[in-house]
Design a protein around this ligand. Structure first.
Ligand code: HEC
Length: 589
């Protein structure tokens, strides 16, 4: 039950803030009525506006209103709002009660069990290997290059009540596990899409779900976007344990956990850049961290912060205290190097000054201790918050450039035998580091323009020959703090996929993006999603609603299957001789 759990969450937040001086600002109790008055009434009390009137909101469930604030139409309005304010206003306005469960006919027939197809192809966690290369052989994937052009829609599953779907699915032994914006984790049959079980988490679940062997079953470990980590039994969907890994209100878990033996590593990022849109917000106190937990009971092995505890540094022009250092969040899945006993993470920017040497960096931590062994920073003095977009008082003096690493470092073997780390940055640059020389930079190649929402975002892929880097480079207006609605993107600008040789970063080929056709509002050619790779084929999803398949040999020419009913198209590259020999195909533009 969503709200029962959320009230535990509130108690916990209050208890923790009582001991944390830097978070003293958060102790004032909030009432839903006050939040409504301050944050909603100006639109929802206005007769005749497009906004539904208060009495209409009062007929909606509190769960639906919370979802609208988290990842729905009111997301931009809610950016500065803390979690307890969201919960308070949702409970104040909405009706109580469970969300409607999936209809009975969506469930799998009796007797059909999860994890019952042991030899079926699997993709578990963020990457099937600890190297984060997001590569599978044709056997592992159950998919060869020759089959790619025959791909067509098999089934689709709608996330009830959500307006976005963003979670990376895990497939294991015939079962697909996936989170959602509404915080519902589902176990679906991979062949038919029928539902085995659903589990309601406290907050939205975006990160990939990691299965870790547990006797004859698996424990599924994942985090949510409000800072909770869970372990569920994969067969029954029953919760084994849950805990928060940090006391900060704005905690946000986007990076997928990874495990080595019986220890799971949880990377942590935050919403604090958005909270800073509020001039009264005391910016900033969040610190990026990795937490190592025992899989069996969630007990703590170690926790390692990427910046020192923040101190008060002054007062902003609206009179709110300022704190620093802060930030260096970890958005992506850590990379395990068992041979060297290291865990590699990539960090984002600082949120306030002083800037630290650990932001926009690749960092190696001891697997056993969490101690920082080396740090290689690629952009210095990058402190930034969302307030910089609106010339707000909580924009630090450095004003960006906001060049986070949003994606993992890949540990790969170059064809010359040398093991290297490669990481793509929002700046649009791909960097290679030497894991045997404290992360010394080996080469750097620009693959995109870069920017706040540009460059490499969620991830690259590599087959030990080349590294493939798609870029977002979306251009247009991001909606920060209203008016209502999503972002307005340029339908032509953005995207592009580059293949680089691993030895020296030289470009092997470039596949330009596909302008939106028709140029619908909200459509962008940006390729922000992480890539996936099988021998000969690299898959890239774009913000125009297509998944495209490119030849790893020469990339550029792309063909698509006829459009399916859902508007989703599979496209494949005709760059190779084999593919060119195929029949008539529709050209995808
Ligand atoms: C700047 C004006 C504005 C503010 C401030 C605002 N809203 Fe809205 N809200 C709207 C408009 C306009 C719509 C209708 C959007 C549409 O249908 O495209 C809407 C729609 C909604 C909906 C229905 C969404 C759905 O999925 O159907 C909910 C729920 C909602 N608002 C809740 C809130 C809450 C809670 C607050 C305060 C925290 C808030 N709004 C603040 C303008 C606003």
């Amino acid at each position: 039950m969503r709200f029962a759990r959320t009230s535990v969450n509130k108690l916990m937040i209050a208890a923790i803030f009582a001991t944390s001086s830097a978070s003293a600002q958060n102790t004032t109790p909030v009432t839903g009525a006050d939040v409504y008055q301050n944050r909603c009434a100006k639109c929802h009390d206005q007769a005749g506006s497009r906004a539904p009137a208060k009495d209409v909101l009062q007929k909606m469930s509190a769960a639906r209103i919370l979802r609208t604030l988290d990842f729905g139409l009111m997301m931009a309005v809610a950016y500065p709002m803390k979690r307890d304010e969201r919960v308070a206003v949702a409970n104040f306005l909405g009706t109580q009660g469970e969300d409607t469960p999936p209809p009975a006919n969506a469930f799998c027939p009796a007797g059909m069990q999860p994890l019952s197809a042991a030899s079926a192809p699997s993709w578990t966690g963020w990457s099937p290997s600890l190297s984060n290369a997001r590569y599978q052989s044709a056997e592992q994937a159950g998919l060869s290059m020759a089959q790619v052009r025959h791909l067509k829609l098999k089934w689709a599953y709608g996330f009830a009540g959500d307006v976005t779907s963003f979670a990376a699915p895990t497939v294991l032994d015939g079962t697909l596990f996936v989170g959602s914006a509404g915080g519902v984790v589902q176990a679906l049959d991979a062949k038919t899409g029928c539902v085995h079980w659903v589990f309601q988490a406290n907050g939205p679940v975006r990160a990939a779900i990691l299965p870790v062997r547990n006797g004859s079953s698996y424990s599924l470990v994942f985090g949510d976007l409000i800072g909770w980590v869970y372990a569920l039994d994969a067969k029954s969907g029953k919760m084994l344990w849950k805990k928060r890994v940090d006391d900060h209100e704005a905690s946000r878990l986007t990076g997928s956990p990874v495990a080595l033996n019986d220890v799971v590593f949880i990377p942590e990022a935050s919403w604090e850049e958005n909270r800073s849109l509020d001039p009264q917000y005391q910016c900033c106190t969040f610190r990026g961290s990795v937490t190592a937990l025992r899989v069996r009971d969630g007990s703590l092995v170690w926790k390692s912060y990427m910046v020192d505890a923040p101190q008060k540094t002054g007062v902003n022009s609206a009179g709110a205290a300022q704190w620093g250092p802060s930030g260096a969040p970890i958005w992506s899945s850590p990379t395990v190097d068992a041979k060297r006993g290291l865990l590699y993470i990539t960090t984002g920017d600082n949120y306030s000054v002083p800037a630290t040497s650990t932001s926009d960096a690749v960092i190696a931590l001891g697997l056993k201790t969490g101690r920082i062994v080396w740090t290689q920073q690629v952009t210095a003095n990058d402190a930034y918050t969302s307030a910089c977009r609106t010339k707000g008082v909580n924009c630090p003096s450095t004003n960006g450039p906001d060049y986070d690493f949003g994606s993992s470092a890949l540990l790969v073997h170059a064809p010359n035998g040398k093991e290297i780390l490669v990481a793509g940055q929002k700046s649009g640059v791909v960097h290679a580091f030497d894991p045997d020389a404290k992360g010394k930079i080996l080469w750097e190649t620009r693959v995109g323009k870069g920017g706040i929402n540009g460059g490499v975002q969620w991830g690259m892929a590599s087959d030990d020959q080349k590294v493939y880097a798609a870029v977002s480079d979306v251009s247009g207006v991001m909606n920060m703090g209203g008016p209502v609605g999503g972002a307005t993107f340029d339908p032509v600008q953005g995207g592009g996929l580059t293949a680089l040789h691993l030895e020296d970063g030289a470009k092997a080929w470039f596949a330009p993006s596909h302008p939106c056709d028709p140029p619908k509002p909200g459509c962008s050619p940006g390729q922000s999603a992480a890539l996936a790779l099988i021998p000969g084929v690299v898959f890239s999803a774009s913000l125009d609603g297509h998944i495209r398949a490119f030849s790893t040999e020469d990339g550029p020419t792309v063909y698509c299957s006829p459009s399916t009913r859902g508007g989703l198209q599979f496209c494949w590259s005709a760059g190779t001789k084999r593919a060119r020999a195929g029949g008539t195909r529709s050209l995808c533009q």
